[in-house]
Write a protein of this length. Structure first.
Length: 327
């Protein structure tokens, strides 16, 4: 197959894959967090590293979807890759709490039957997204948290690590520069060849978070949601606002009940309901037809997408970091 690869800096906070009117055979979008990306953009070496990471994530998911794999398998594989990459605030390289621990959250949801699973505040699970999937498939529950979630993961045979596994030299320095340069939550949304949607999100949480704080990522409807009748959504940003506005669910609701396009629904939530002053961040979304929206209201967002149109031999892939918007 001929692969079209565009290395783009995508401007303005409104980023879509609306380049054709055909039916998508499959599609996938990823994000590596929203926030200030100016430091990355001005550093060619770091910029290249992030582009390479996004390209790897897209290639991993594309291989699964192109071969007829399930949306959830692509989502899990992509997020596991991000969780193992210290460039991102998920898994290895997670941000640190005020008490000096690494506490991780993750969620996954399937659009075909609205099944969902999540974990919050885990400290020893190497891949929280796998623990979230196990909660979904091996328990009657949706969310497990803290010590119970860690114990559950160990009992299910998931890989367990010491809490310091998640540290990097940067996280251990405890400097304010970290908050400015480290980017947040990672996520993936996918539509497979069977027409099924899936969404997954994983995060190391807020820098120096306190009191067992949990953000939007593991909360179904806030940071993660999927419904085959509408969209799959993964969010990144100031979690408290995303929880209050039920962001992921409301993108799907606007699409489903107001008959807005995924672009219109996502843009309304990010640029109207949320503002840069309050709900700083962004989201990625794919609708049931494979159309993609990737808006953000922050300085930038690490993001990318890949899709294949039915009847075409071309795979289209794009990725970008974003630039700070003019004041």
């Amino acid at each position: 197959m001929r692969i079209l690869l565009f290395l783009l800096l995508l401007f303005g906070g409104m980023v879509y894959a609306q380049t054709d009117n055909g039916v998508r055979e499959y599609a996938m979008a990823v994000h590596g967090g929203a926030g200030s990306t100016q430091g990355v953009e001005n550093d060619p070496e770091r910029s290249a590293a992030y582009y390479a990471a996004l390209d790897s994530a897209l290639s991993i998911g594309n291989e699964i979807l192109a071969s007829g794999g399930k949306a959830e398998d692509a989502v899990i594989a992509v997020i596991c890759y991000f969780e193992g990459n210290p460039l991102f605030n998920a898994g290895k390289g997670a941000t640190i709490s005020s008490e000096g621990y690494f506490e991780l959250d993750a969620a996954i949801m399937l659009g075909k039957d609205l099944s969902a699973g999540s974990v919050a505040g885990v400290k020893t699970v190497k891949h929280p997204i796998k623990a979230a999937y196990s909660v979904m498939t091996q328990t009657p529950h949706v969310m497990l948290s803290g010590e119970g979630a860690d114990k559950f993961a160990a009992e299910k045979g998931l890989e367990i690590v010491d809490n310091l596994y998640f540290a990097t030299p940067r996280t251990m320095r405890w400097v304010e520069e970290f908050k400015k340069t480290k980017n947040g939550t990672v996520g993936c949304v996918a539509l497979d060849k069977e027409g099924n949607l899936a969404a997954g999100t994983s995060t190391g949480g807020m820098f120096r978070k306190s009191w067992g704080r949990i953000g939007d990522a593991p909360i179904i409807g806030a940071g993660t949601y999927a419904d085959n009748e509408s969209c799959a959504v993964s969010c990144t940003g100031h979690g408290e606002y995303y929880i209050r506005h039920s962001v992921a669910f409301n993108v799907c609701a606007r699409y489903k009940y107001l008959h807005e396009t995924v672009e219109q629904a996502a843009n309304y939530i990010i640029h109207t309901e949320l503002t840069p002053e309050a709900g700083n961040g962004g989201l990625i979304a794919i609708d049931k037809n494979g159309q993609i929206a990737m808006p953000y209201n922050s300085g930038g967002m690490f993001r990318g997408f890949v899709y294949k149109t039915k009847g075409s031999e071309t795979i289209t892939k794009q990725k970008g970091i974003g630039v700070s918007l003019a004041p």
